[in-house]
Design a protein around this ligand. Structure first.
Ligand SMILES: Cc1cc2nc3c(=O)[nH]c(=O)nc-3n(C[C@H](O)[C@H](O)[C@H](O)COP(=O)(O)OP(=O)(O)OC[C@H]3O[C@@H](n4cnc5c(N)ncnc54)[C@H](O)[C@@H]3O)c2cc1C
Length: 493
């Protein structure tokens, strides 16, 4: 990998602005710098700009200092140099799906570097690797991989999510228990650093950076592409979706306790499953194996969950149909992405929910959630346990901190239209508090890919990165000492 000299630095455009000034006051200087360097931008007020500033979560909109849309690595370098020399924080945006709108900086005044032009997918079918641009969206990436020798990587379910944010902070999906997180499959990354040089991060080149990128990437640079391990897509997959209706808190506790026990001890790696608790409730997932083996595994579990023979469907699907079963729409994405929601969300990554915590959760559901008319849900993804590829990686092997989590729990409360009223925050905060209060001494992990905008910096650092946080700060000091890549909840903020 070559190193590029940053054009802006070579032009001597080191502008004499105080870093304490309001970033929005520096807009003109930044615009001049980007223009001189030839970095394409969406001009403030243009249709492209207005559209690009609509985040997935419409509850959290922010006004950037400038919006760059580079077409090549050199323009990414020049954009970073323009931000750094003007004392403006720089934020990469890939799919724009951060729950905290971190792709727009998570606050006003950032230089956004939109990676939409970095979306090539090139498979080496012999080596079983793929170079994938970070600006690609998951549905397009899955389709492109499949077209090149039926290859695949492990990734999340929503086809509009960007490769960049998903991969740098985790990447759970419905093949994670045998193939790991998306970040577990990175071989190397091409990264533009804060000093606007470009480097490779891998197990052998800049290994400390490689460690940090895999769990906390946004604070360390702008990744332009990843080289991933791929696998040949499995084609005969059992997709199940059962309708479940727990009638009481006790019935819900039985479901959760049985799932947790099974996941921790005996869930095979080929089985991925989730409980979606809402005004309607489903128990769904994918088994990568035969229908007869699936039945042998699932029937006793359904009995223990108290579900008997629930209604729903069990079908056999090829790879792309398996993905589509969980994607809420087509895999391939429109050129201009325009799907949005208005919501507040939280997460918990428990290793174990003790019986009192499960009961507190279920009582809260019974007393506070069941009658709530908004479109809330609580999703339990049973990704962990003894047989999971995610948990088989040591807790300090990457900066991703939740290797031991049995469940990935996502609490989500949304409105179909209009604003999310601040009086509704206590609904999810109270649910998480009820579980935490019943779990004395436990510091539950939380998942930054389900960013909770209500967390303080200190709480975000401690819950997102647990024991890995201190080392992350050391690596941050090496690669971004002036804190060019910043955000309200990122490492070092
Ligand atoms: C509908 C929906 C479904 C989801 N499903 C899943 C799922 O199945 N599994 C799962 O694990 N997660 C899931 N997520 C969460 C998702 O992984 C995160 O929201 C993720 O951060 C989104 O990445 P993005 O690139 O789209 O977002 P962005 O908002 O563009 O970026 C998110 C963060 O990553 C940083 N970043 C992005 N690109 C780069 C880059 N190239 N270099 C450096 N930093 C970068 C941004 O600065 C920001 O801090 C889902 C989210 C949504 C909205």
């Amino acid at each position: 990998m070559g190193r590029f000299v940053p054009l802006v630095a070579s032009l001597g455009l080191l502008l004499p602005f105080s870093t304490n000034a309001n970033p929005l006051d520096k807009r003109a200087a930044l615009d001049t710098c980007l223009s001189t360097a030839g970095v394409p931008v969406f001009a403030s007020g243009s249709g492209d700009y207005t559209q690009a500033l609509k985040p997935f979560n419409l509850r959290l909109t922010f006004k950037p200092a400038a919006y760059a849309v580079p077409q090549n690595i050199k323009q990414v370098q020049d954009a970073v140099a323009c931000g750094a020399t003007n004392g403006i924080q720089v934020t990469a945006k890939s799919g724009g799906h951060s729950y905290g709108s971190h792709g727009l900086g998570g606050e006003d005044g950032h230089l956004i570097v939109d990676m939409r032009n970095f979306k090539d997918v090139v498979v080496d079918q012999t080596a079983k690797t793929a170079i994938i641009g970070t600006g690609g969206r998951l549905g397009d990436v899955a389709t492109a991989l499949y077209k090149q020798g039926k290859q695949a990587i492990a990734h999340g379910t929503c086809p509009g999510v960007g490769v960049g944010g998903l991969t740098l902070h985790g990447g759970y999906g419905l093949i994670s228990r045998s193939k790991g997180l998306t970040l577990d499959n990175i071989i190397e990354a091409t990264v533009v650093l804060a000093n606007s040089t470009v480097v490779t991060a891998s197990a052998t080149e800049n290994p400390d950076l490689f460690w940090a990128l895999r769990g906390a990437g946004a604070a360390f640079g702008i990744v332009t592409n990843f080289k991933f391990k791929t696998f040949t897509a499995p084609e005969s997959n059992i997709v199940f979706n059962y309708y479940v209706s727990p009638g009481s808190a006790q019935a819900l506790s039985q479901i959760i306790n049985a799932m947790q026990d099974f996941t921790m001890k005996s869930q095979p790696p080929e089985l991925n499953m989730r409980l979606f608790l809402s005004s309607f409730t489903t128990f769904s997932g994918v088994y990568y194996g035969s229908r007869s083996d699936f039945d042998k595994i699932m029937q006793p579990l359904l009995q223990k969950m108290g579900l008997g023979n629930p209604g729903g469907s069990v079908s056999t699907n090829g790879w792309l149909n398996t993905l589509t079963s969980f994607s809420n729409g087509a895999l391939e994405q429109a050129k201009v992405y325009d799907t949005h929601e208005t919501f507040f969300s939280k997460s918990l990554m428990p290793e174990y929910l003790n019986p009192k915590a499960v009961d507190a959760l279920s009582q809260y559901w019974n007393n506070n959630a069941r009658n709530n008319q908004r479109q809330w849900y609580l999703l339990f993804d049973a990704h962990g346990g003894a047989n999971s590829a995610i948990s088989s990686v040591a807790g300090d092997a990457t900066s991703y901190a939740h290797r031991n989590a049995t469940f990935k729990m996502q609490f989500y409360d949304r409105v179909a239209s209009g604003n999310y009223d601040s009086s509704w925050f206590p609904f999810l905060n109270g649910w998480v508090k009820a579980i935490s209060d019943a779990s004395p001494g436990v510091n539950f992990g939380m998942y930054i890919n389900y960013a909770d905008s209500s967390l303080s910096k200190a709480d975000a650092h401690s819950h997102y990165w647990l024991k890995n946080y201190d080392r992350l700060v050391q690596v941050k000091d090496l690669y971004d000492p002036k804190k060019t890549f910043e955000g309200p909840q990122l490492v070092g903020s």
